[in-house]
Design a protein around this ligand. Sequence first.
Ligand SMILES: [Zn+2]
Length: 239
Amino acid sequence: MPIILRIDVDNPYGYYSFPKKVLNYFSTNYRRFPIRYDFLGYLAQAKSLFHTLREAKIPATWFFRVQSRPNRKFQQELLSSGHEIAYHAERTASLRYFQDDLQELSKNLPTPILGYSKHGSGQLKLSKYHTVEYDFPSLIKLGQEMNLRYFTGNEEIPTLEPLQMGELQVFKGSFWLDENYRDVVRYPITWLIEAASKGKTIVLLTHPYKWVYSRKEKEDFQTLVEAIDDFQTFSSIIS
Ligand SMILES: [Zn+2]
């Protein structure tokens, strides 16, 4: 069984310079006036990660917010390279919002979205419209109501076995590439390499803006890419 590379696309512009911070703020907090222009660097970090993965022939599942969704060209590039597009749910306080955002994200996609993850793990309010709570039972219910096929959770324990909850397959925990969200003593990078060699199914989670700017994350990721030969998308492994 494979390592599943999960990429949560949180911030369309990142926040490593003042202008990018401003663009990021407005594009994620003002839904009516989206700022999604390639020439301003929209999704530049996600594209940089994508090009690296494409060269390494590694497929991934990309979870987009409505405010970080890819334009048609990037969508096509992802799909034609064997990547999957999924839903990074932000407004999870009601089924209506959850459904509206899923529909918005699904526009122009040739196949339905099958899976979702939750933006934020319950501590911080991350944007104007963000539902802070990470309420596992209600998140599961939302996905089941929308007939989604899988949910990938934010728990920081990568060994939690996948669960079947009705029609929904649930991957509760992830191996966060970000060391701030991982017990690095118990789960160092070498642990993941060994788990992969034993055939375990583990979700490896990263974020483009961190991947671009954190040298440590980049190095760790490179180590994993060189050592692991079986990466798959969620859609290719769900039963
Ligand atoms: Zn997120």
